[in-house]
Design a protein around this ligand. Structure first.
Ligand code: ADP
Ligand code: MG
Length: 237
């Protein structure tokens, strides 16, 4: 296999006296869709924040496209091609859908907005609506669409399906599939909706106490209820 797109080598990070990521190591390859799952509080969000440079490393290093990015700030990492959609949908509520998208364009032409509208036709219908008039699912679409306009080669999604109705979750997952097909982007997706995320992902890692305790093909994990019960604490139907 070629060189991984992203490598975490024995990453240690935390907040104050607390260690959250405890020798976290993982590899992600081009075009991969990696599900990161595990119980509440095991460090999934912290892992995404560390990749993005929002939490400093105490030990270890992070390589992106073969280069050490451990000391780069979040803005520099975004410029290298990392996109991040935090758990709290990160939109400007006082701006319209279109204004929110324009804010994500950076130096690209306005016509690039069509990419977002192709992926999320609902956003095209709502383009002049304000952020506060959107449903939770539409806010999530906007948040993802805006991150994609920066043309990242890897996007980090933190619980994008949280709090959304089943039909909206399906619509989002469909858009995430299309996104991967059209752009070839690699994805790390943290999610509690285990059935849905393992149906979407190609590979999965389970975190516990800030480290990887299990790794497999997503489909194989979906069939392994013992492992899921043990590390995620849920039966899969
Ligand atoms: N800003 C913070 N300050 C202090 N502790 C935090 C902070 N954010 C998260 N934590 C703690 O770090 C641990 C891991 O949190 P998190 O990465 O959010 O887990 P997950 O996303 O897997 O639920 C938890 O014990 C949480 O309470
Ligand atoms: Mg979290």
């Amino acid at each position: 296999m070629s060189q991984p797109l992203l490598q975490l080598h024995d990453v240690v990070a935390g907040y104050g006296p607390t260690t959250v990521l405890d020798n976290l190591s993982l590899n992600l390859y081009e075009r991969e869709r990696l599900a990161m799952i595990g119980r509440n509080g095991v460090g999934k969000t912290t892992a995404l924040r560390a990749i993005m440079g929002l939490v400093p490393l105490r030990q270890g290093r992070i390589l992106f496209q073969g280069e050490d990015i451990s000391t780069l700030n979040p803005h520099e990492r975004a410029q290298r091609g990392l996109g991040y959609v935090p758990q709290t949908r990160d939109i400007f509520p006082s701006l319209t859908v279109e204004e929110n998208l324009l804010a994500g364009l950076k130096h690209r032409p306005r016509s690039a907005l069509d990419e977002a509208y192709t992926l999320f036709p609902r956003l095209a219908e709502r383009r002049y609506n304000g952020g506060t008039q959107l449903s939770g699912g539409e806010q999530q679409m906007l948040s993802v669409a805006r991150a994609l306009l920066g043309q990242p080669s890897l996007i980090l999604l933190d619980e994008p399906l949280e709090g959304l109705a089943p039909l909206i979750r399906l619509e989002l997952l469909r858009a995430f599939r299309l996104m991967a097909e059209i752009t070839g982007i690699a994805v790390i997706i943290v999610e509690q909706q285990i059935n849905e995320v393992l149906g979407y992902a190609s590979r999965a890692v389970i975190l516990d106490h800030g480290t990887v305790v299990h790794e497999s093909e997503a489909q194989a994990l979906l069939a392994d209820s013992d492992i899921l019960e043990r590390w995620v604490g849920m039966a899969v139907h």
